[in-house]
Design a binder for this molecule. Structure first.
Ligand SMILES: Cc1ncc(COP(=O)(O)O)c(C=O)c1O
Length: 373
């Protein structure tokens, strides 16, 4: 699905040098690179504050902690996402309200958000799934008119641009707090776990800085309950080098996506990812929908040809047993459920070759030729 070592080999001299500097210097926690990386990401995102942390899940947790919500407060988010988004809501004693998604973008449907509002609603977490922005204009409008916080889960979308009123914004900088992950397969991946929160709000930034560092501003003086969630200096050194390539990484993903889109067009059972001028798709994943109940057959066929593929996500979150206490037994979210039966993600990364993609396209065409379409 990815070629992490291929990318490392291409950038090896500068990454090795940056890591060596940290190893020799020895300040493995909160070393200079951590601050330098936050500053560089602030410039890249045009965000006032970047607070790095241990991973994307912690970033979401810290964001919700910084909002100082109270137990039982409701947080609306999507049912079609990675578990982390809902996990942190539950961990903090908040109430997750899971809603359905748009069938074309797979992102939270603002109309469903509107229908789910109650007088306990305090926040919305849109997830920019697979690298494409949720409908931030409509979500921010709902949030403004109901006095809600918006935390953007941009784990899969770092670097993506959202156009609004002729102005380009980086996703993650539109809501009150944006969160991202530097998990190795993300748009900007490190060599382990890493994450960050972004905000333009000075007060939220100060709280976030404390939260990720045991709730303290000054060592051994603890002002609030926090976490131990720091970005390692080594990871920051890697990310600092890789950040200057982020736009190129995204370009490479988009070029690979164009090849898939061209090669797979005209197959009636397939719905290919949609792109819009407003919401740039950075193709952290290239996810197709396979109709007529053929998804699992196609997956098997690809495996027979030696091609990996993944189902993100096979069970929508409102159907996960762990979240049953917060989801009505009979609640049906038709789009999320349909997508779980139809989606298939194809190999997608920054090092894809034309030869690899031709082979994958040929394998898919072969499957549909044989299935009689
Ligand atoms: C949408 C989404 N949110 C949150 C996370 C959590 O990020 P991490 O794995 O860095 O904790 C992920 C990671 O896969 C994700 O895809």
């Amino acid at each position: 699905m990815v070629d992490l070592t291929g990318q490392y080999q291409r950038l090896r001299p500068e990454i090795d040098e940056a890591m060596q500097k940290v190893l020799v210097r020895g300040n493995y926690i909160n070393g200079d690179e951590v601050k330098q990386f936050s500053g560089a990401l602030e410039d890249y995102l045009e965000s006032k504050h970047v607070i790095s942390c241990g991973n994307g899940t912690d970033a979401l947790q810290a964001a919700l902690m910084a909002l100082e919500l109270r137990p039982g407060d409701e947080v609306i988010t999507t049912s079609f996402s990675f578990v982390a988004t809902v996990e942190v809501i539950v961990l903090l004693g908040l109430r997750p309200v899971l809603v359905d998604v748009d069938p074309e973008t797979f992102n939270i449907d603002p109309e469903c958000v509107r229908e789910a509002l109650t007088d306990r609603t305090r926040a919305i977490i849109p997830v920019h799934l697979f690298g494409q922005g949720a409908a931030m204009d409509r979500i921010m409008e709902i949030a403004r008119s109901h006095g809600l916080f918006v935390v953007e889960d941009g784990a899969q979308s770092l670097g993506a641009v959202w156009q609004q009123d002729g102005i380009s914004h980086k996703l993650g900088t539109i809501g009150h707090i944006g969160c991202t992950s530097f998990f190795p397969t993300k748009n900007l991946g490190c060599f382990g776990d890493g994450g960050a929160c972004f905000t333009d709000d000075d007060q939220l930034a100060e709280r976030l800085r404390m939260i990720v560092n045991h709730g303290s501003r000054k060592k051994y003086f603890n002002e609030r309950v926090g976490m131990n969630s720091r970005l390692d200096t080594l990871q920051a050194a890697v990310l600092l080098q890789k950040l200057s390539y982020l736009d190129d990484f995204i370009l490479r993903r988009k070029k690979a996506a164009d090849i898939y889109l061209e090669g797979l067009k005209g197959i009636p059972e397939l719905t290919l990812p949609m792109q819009s001028e407003k919401a740039e798709h950075t193709f952290n994943q290239f996810t197709i929908r396979v109709g007529n109940g053929l998804r699992d057959g196609l997956k098997e066929h690809l495996r027979d040809w030696g091609i990996p593929s993944m189902i993100y996500y096979p069970v929508p979150l409102h159907r996960q047993p762990v979240f049953a206490p917060w989801c009505k037994q009979n609640s049906v979210l038709p789009v999320s459920e349909l997508l779980s039966r139809e989606v298939l993600s194809l190999p997608m990364h920054t090092e894809m070759t034309n030869g690899q993609q031709d082979y994958i396209i040929q394998a898919i065409k072969d499957f549909f030729d044989k299935s009689g379409s």
